[in-house]
Ligand binder design. Sequence first.
Ligand code: ASP
Ligand code: MG
Length: 401
Amino acid sequence: MTRVLKFGGTSMGSVENIKNVAGIIKSYKDKGDDIVVVVSAMSGETNRLISLANSFATDPNPAEIDTLLSSGERVSSSLLSICLNEMGIKAISLSGRRAGIMTDSHHTTAKIDSIDDTNIRQLLKEKTMPIVAGFQGFADDKVTTLGRGGSDLTAVAIAGSIEADLCEIYTDVDGIYTTDPRIVPNARKLEQISYDEMLELSNLGAKVLQSRSVELAKKLDVKLVSRSSFAPNETGTTITREENIVEQPIVSGIAVDDDQIRVGIYKVIDQPGIAGEIFSKLADDGISVDMIVQTVGVDGKTDLDFTVPTAQIKQTKICMKNFKDECKYIDYNENISKVSVVGLGMKSNTGVASKAFTALANSGINIRIISTSEIKISMIIDKDKSTKAVQALHDIYKLGI
Ligand code: ASP
Ligand code: MG
């Protein structure tokens, strides 16, 4: 069987941890599996390099940043290769370029265009294990990086290209839980989850897997496993196609996102085209708008509410200045949280939403905005109630152990 094993920053964070990773790799090797390894930089390294650059310039040249940041993954891949060879496992480290990761030329946020896996396939034939530096590729002879968390993307892209049976993503948590176990102690680890549910959960704050990598896994049909390098005997969570999940639970998990701001615009002139103009401008400025709600117009005026990520509040305010006349009454509320109920089975079951609303009502929590999709119900509530809300929702759907 062919496996891509990806180890994150914490898993690679120290000499001891790298030895531990090498032990996991050896156990698969001993079974006779073909293995390609992808690694992140040692934990904290990417941030350390960014802050070093920022001590010289507030806006350093992006191409230079890519040269700088890509070094983090090169260090960890070389160290792991040295360690494996010393244990008698033939391995060789590969930069993104030698692994054939070709990208567009958007430095620091490059997209993978294609993969030339000739080197990787050749090494597997020669029984030499490729240890690929994640997070990087090349364009026009220059090194590029794929955006934060991009090593997951490298792993999935390679798994798709060589048609690996599995792509295992090792971090310091042992899988995907029904909700954040720090909030709800009896949260349960999921055995399986579909790509779409995982996307909803990762977009909404369960930061175990990078969203883009889940999207790519869905597109390339790469079976993912999220597991921990510190508990290698735990099975982890498999992320796979909806059709592969035999018993589809009505609700799989509860996500919470405390990093959203509600933008409320009151008494907007109720005429065709206004919403189009506002949201086109926001989109042009790269602001990711969510949960748009417009109330029924009264006396030619209407209210418009939506949420944006906290990190984009400054840009949003600047953008909204374009609509000074149309939006005289506007406020920004940071004291909100978005809690979401996610599950495939919602498609075919009724009463899922009403249960959520009842649970929150019984806990005395007021819902400010509701939005739904086929597999998700999201609700905006006051931030100080978010823990209570997650607990109530987790309980009502009996998700705990
Ligand atoms: N080292 C990069 C980061 O910290 C990429 C990764 O770890 O996936 O974002
Ligand atoms: Mg990561």
